[in-house]
Ligand binder design. Structure first.
Ligand SMILES: Cc1cc2nc3c(=O)[nH]c(=O)nc-3n(C[C@H](O)[C@H](O)[C@H](O)COP(=O)(O)OP(=O)(O)OC[C@H]3O[C@@H](n4cnc5c(N)ncnc54)[C@H](O)[C@@H]3O)c2cc1C
Length: 403
């Protein structure tokens, strides 16, 4: 049995290793365009590689995937974060869990993961051909390399991540491609209320993307004001869930920020009135009744058109309404997307309904397999994207060398 894997990333490597181990008689060739394989693993997690996430309940785990959750449920029942931890541990890689659930190698270096996968592939006798870009796939399968070489195989796995060529081949071989768009990005916002606040962080806000005045997607969590707009876990989550809607709207949409989601509007009003009655002589801009950064509070007071020297006793009904509005319903205009430490994934890819998730084989082209980011699967930050690459790679590897 001859198997070719195109793409020496997390999914391709894992599939090739698993396949070579399970089917020692199969001949596995792994083709990677770049001189050095596993480039994304190398740069991932800020050079530390966030391998997976401390989440062992599959029902909960799939909720971290804006696209692909349904299909992944079955995949995780066969290979989930615990299996990832066990696998790397058996290979001699010690992993650690950080407070927020992200799992990294104890070495704090992605090189540990790269070395582990390289060694495992070599030991399993995977034929690794780097600097070997594939330019064409002919049915049957013949894989044509850029140097003109033609390689034949019985089974072919395409694991080329978000690369356009993989999507093109999949399409030519009869698959529908869900239009790829970026996911996991920050928002560009120019707004006087955020001017000069770069570096200000708030632990828990609620953000909503508005469409025709209605909240289409809402997420809550920490936010960070940046020089160009807003970032932080809450923004990244929201960008992932609304990736397609934002792209359709050219990244120009209104964003509602509720700076104090822990309070209902009525409670908040009562808190403000209570504070007013006991702090009447103090300046409004100088005394924030809530756990908000002082500079942010001052900006919101200014946006409510309350002059800097006004004291709490002078807070009128209309000013109170304006302040409440700024605190709970401030609308900001998203004017574009930024990058989050260059960390992004592709939303979209090969249509999952055309894939048999028990094997990762195409339902359209027998003998053709897919794994990793080329599929219409993407997760939030936290190790979820690698987890789907390990899981789908493992399933492909387990099945494509048999028969
Ligand atoms: C900066 C950054 C940091 C990240 N950090 C994390 C993290 O810490 N944790 C996490 O879970 N996710 C992280 N991600 C996401 C994660 O890296 C990807 O989801 C994952 O790498 C996808 O694996 P893959 O094997 O499907 O694709 P890829 O890793 O993209 O691998 C595809 C491979 O195919 C090769 N290829 C493409 N075209 C051809 C061709 N024509 N011929 C031969 N080879 C070809 C490419 O060179 C590449 O090596 C990060 C992403 C980025 C960009």
């Amino acid at each position: 049995m001859k198997v070719i894997v195109i793409g020496g990333g997390a999914a391709g490597f894992f599939a090739a290793i698993i396949c070579a181990r399970k089917y020692p008689k199969a001949q596995i060739t792994l083709l990677e365009a770049a001189k050095d394989p596993l480039a994304k693993v190398k740069i991932s997690g800020g050079g530390r590689c966030n391998v997976t996430h401390h989440c062992f309940d599959n029902t909960q785990l799939i909720q971290y995937y804006p696209r692909g959750s349904k299909a992944l449920r079955g995949a995780f029942s066969r290979f989930n974060p615990q299996d990832t931890i066990d696998w790397f541990t058996q290979e001699g890689v010690n992993l650690k869990t950080e407070q927020d659930g992200r799992i990294f190698p104890v070495s704090n270096s992605s090189a540990t993961i790269v070395d582990c996968l390289l060694k495992a592939a070599i030991k399993a006798k995977v034929v690794l051909k780097t600097g070997s870009p594939v330019v064409k796939i002919l049915p049957g399968f013949t894989v044509v390399l850029k140097n003109g070489e033609n390689l034949n195989c019985d089974r072919l796995l395409i694991a080329t991540g978000g690369s356009a060529c993989g999507h093109r081949w999949a399409k030519d071989l009869g698959h529908q491609i869900i239009t790829p768009v970026p996911s996991l990005f920050t928002f560009n916002i120019k707004d006087s209320r955020l001017d000069g606040l770069a570096g200000v962080a708030v632990d828990n806000v609620s953000l909503s993307i508005l469409e025709e005045g209605k909240a289409r997607f809402t997420q809550s969590g920490p936010i960070l004001v940046t020089h160009w707009g807003v970032s932080g876990p809450c923004v990244l989550k929201l960008s992932a869930w609304s990736a397609r809607l934002l792209q359709e709207n050219q990244y120009q949409m209104p964003l509602l920020i509720d700076w104090l989601p822990q309070y209902q509007a009525q409670d908040l009003q009562e808190q403000l009135l209570k504070f007013k009655s006991s702090n009447g002589k103090k300046q409004i801009s100088g005394q924030c009744p809530f756990n908000l950064p002082k500079r942010l509070w001052q900006k919101l007071v200014e946006a409510a058109q309350i002059s800097q020297d006004k004291i709490w006793a002078e807070l009128s009904k209309s000013h109170l309404r304006a302040l409440l509005n700024q605190l709970k319903q401030g609308t900001y205009q998203i004017q574009g997307k930024g990058v989050f430490k260059d960390e992004f994934v592709t939303c979209g890819g090969v249509d999952l309904s055309q894939i048999n998730f028990k094997t990762m084989e195409s339902k359209v082209t027998i003998g053709l397999y897919f794994a990793g980011e080329i599929l219409d699967i993407d997760g939030l930050t936290g190790g979820f994207n690698f987890q789907s690459a390990w899981s789908t790679g493992w399933i492909a590897g387990e099945s494509m060398g048999g028969g």
